[in-house]
Design a protein around this ligand. Sequence first.
Ligand SMILES: [Zn+2]
Length: 417
Amino acid sequence: MNDRKLYEQILGISTPWHVEEVELKLEVGQVLIRVEGSSTAEICPECGERRPRYDAIERRWRHLDTCQYQTILIAKVPRIKCDEHGVKQVRVPWSEERSRFTALFEALVIDWLRATENIAAVAKGMRLSWEEVAGIRSRAVGRGIKRRGRAALPASVGVDETSITRGHEYITVVNALSEARVLDVIDERKEESLNAFWSQYSSEELAHVETVAMDMWPPYIASTCKHLSMADEKIVFDKFHIMKHLGDAVDLVRRAENRQLRAAGDERLAKTRYWWLTHPERLEGEARARIDALRGGTLRTARAFRYKEHASQLWGYIRRGMAERLWRQWLHGALRCALEPIRVVARMIRSHWSGVINAATSDITNAMSESVNSHIQRIKKRACGFRSRTRFREAILFHLGGLDLYPVFPSSIHTKA
Ligand SMILES: [Zn+2]
């Protein structure tokens, strides 16, 4: 077998294409493979008919390295003139339109990106520029979304916001809760953001949605109420977010009280922030003994903490009536207590009542949403933040969209539509 036949096999090149020449450029570490097509390659990419050649343009594609040598495919790609579709470049079986890489090379880059989650690392490892790797990822996501079409609506949807950088730029992330799969990423966290998601669907499709888990964010609530019938029964507020609001309330009480105590030389609450936010079981030794004593005591912080502890037990009910009764009891005390931050959260719970009770009686856990969110945070961290929403959206959909990202391989490219 000569080297041309060998490369034809390696590259999967078959009639009407053949390898014309293989040139080793050892001094620049490259293998150049010249490929030519016979006249039967002159097919209109739109209609699949043989058309007369118009001209030919030399193009280059980077392929998988041969040993440590960069392998470059070079071909004069004909353009044909179709009566119906005009002047078009014919499709080549080793690469997608407009890509400067062969399909196999792009597939390898996609594999590396999936494994490392870091464009810079892949660029360095594969001797590509940052923009080239970003371009491959961007095309992969575009192709995945085109194949998927509109995401099918699952029964349980999670809506979450996430910040792009440390600034105040946000995006809205919509998940399929049962699969930890991101369905869509939309600019901003406005009512219009979520409207843009819902309005893709018909009312029959929207009727399949049984649960929408979210934080108590008025624009998301408004959008969901506008698009889903009986939204009150479907909106489930994230119990982790509710508990976080209570945790923040405890901290507000502690800070104010600590200032007061320290002014009188009392250091009991100094440097205890973390203790109040941590589950007692996770603390040990002196910290555990001190916090146990404080938590059971008469400080305002301890009283706030007990409201939070009590609320943490009010989840996981089967019967709605039971959940409503026990949450009402909690509210009764919390709304009237002397701790303003606790009263604020209590009022918030009262005004979002059905969504809180839905959460207290739902077997929908937010574990999936949380795992999606922590994965998003990891992607953000690896990328050292994102300069643009487009890039952030692409990264999220690339890693968490469950999309078919890979380019089409030779055998399937020449099929007539
Ligand atoms: Zn045509």
